[in-house]
Design a protein around this ligand. Sequence first.
Ligand code: MLC
Ligand code: AMP
Length: 504
Amino acid sequence: MSNSNIYELFYSKFPSDPEAVFLEHEQGSLLYSQIENETGKLAGLLKQLGVKKGDRVIVQVDKSAEAVLLYLACLRVAAIFIPLNTAYTAEEVKYFMGDANPHLIVCRPQDYETIVKNAKELNVPHVMTLDEQGCGSLADAKASAPINTNTEHCSVSDTACILYTSGTTGRPKGAMLSHDNLSSNAKVLHSYWHWEAGDVLLHALPIFHVHGLFVALHCALLNGSKVIFLSKFSLPAIKENLPRSTVMMGVPTFYVRLLEDPEFTTDMCNNMRLFIAGSAPLLAETFKAFENVSGHKILERYGMTEAGMITSNPYDGDRIPSTVGFPLPEVSARVADDKGNEIERGEVGILEIKGPNVFQGYWCMPEKTAEEFRDDGFFITGDMATMDQEGRISIVGRAKDLVISGGYNVYPKEVENAIDEIDGVKESAIIGVPHPDFGEGVTAIIIKESHSDITEENVMSYLKEKIARFKQPNKIFFLDELPRNTMGKIQKKALRDTYRDIYQ
Ligand code: MLC
Ligand code: AMP
């Protein structure tokens, strides 16, 4: 039986030129010809630490070439790679440690003490460090580790990664993505977006989510392309590197920020072949303004943690603003009513999907997994959509209570739970309202207990230790009561209408 380990697929595409650059990063360059040896050393170290196939490795580190090598090394030993947003607080990370029960955690040096303390409590055997320069105890130990030349055999359904995504209950769920989920999606995107010889990817996304880790890096790896690997999104670095790049992927905020920069010009985009946007809705006005300035129609696609990429505007055909294009090859999609029955074209319903990209289920949550699938195997995305006669899809809203800020998901329930714990708070509601930079701004409406003198500062200082910065409200309002319908349910739509202009 052939080996479905996605590392084998990448390896088969490495360019034969020994000088071909994979990552051009702030500390230098990593060549394709170095990957096998470097990941071999890291894989040797992982094995030395006792990491076996199926063991979980949690990684919460800054973006670096070494972090990418660590990801590839985990694939090689068939460990389950679990990347975490660097914005998560110690308390949030502790939850993931308890849930995933990892064999190893790799963290930033500044977080080491706290993580070790929690690791002892939770019986996690190993903690190592990696900083943004690629240094730390992981790199030190790697230097003397025995080299591992093998790539573990995997079947199509073996889990490669777990990516956590929060839920409407506020409790994060680990989406298990198999080697085949990842490789089928990568192959489809590589072909659908016409990757070609000489393509250079400008990479400014974080590498702890689907967009930056899988969509961007996997396409480049399959193409043997050079990646200009920026540590984060920064306008000066983007402007400097666009003329040497051919492809860029970004969340809508990237494009909004470029448009606000008076130095951003058509000339900078002369070498570019493709701008891609996703992770949040791209406003039609951003699409049009970007076309005016750059001469490029941004290609918008739609996806999610549980399924990688699902739909895309066409490469050659019309890229229509406010639509996310067609289901990708091998992906079936239907717009359905709340029972899963397909509805008339043009009507609004819930988007349901099926295909080799759809995940294996939530880690240790079989009931939760079952709830999100129909009997015929379709996954319920929770996004409201329409499909036209040609099969083109538009995302028109969300059935799930979710705010997307700068491409990061914020689950209101999680923030509300944290706020409601505060002394003096009776209840709270979190809503997303239009924000010029982040798309949606996280906004809190709080009802105090009678006689409480709690202030905005009290709330913010409490949340600082509790939840990641991007989940914390940009604005807080105190009301006497929340609007409710006759069933007693909070009317978030009414709140969104009331506060819709606060960031304008
Ligand atoms: C940063 N901040 C945010 C934020 N990002 N607040 C809300 N939402 C965000 N997304 C905070 C900072 O901590 C800082 O707080 C303040 O806002 C200003 O920071 P900044 O320097 O202006 O922001 P910056 O660091 O430039 O980050 C903005 C960003 C970044 C848009 C570049 O958020 C980003 O890279 N987003 C990409 C997310 C992503 O990859 N999503 C893909 C998910 S996968 P303070 O207090 O310090 O001032 C997925 C599936 C799919 O969804 O379809 O792709
Ligand atoms: P995540 O769980 O972080 O993977 O976020 C996935 C969610 O992002 C989807 O369910 C959508 O709600 C949203 N999303 C991703 N791409 C788009 C897009 N192009 N347009 C609208 N929403 C999007």
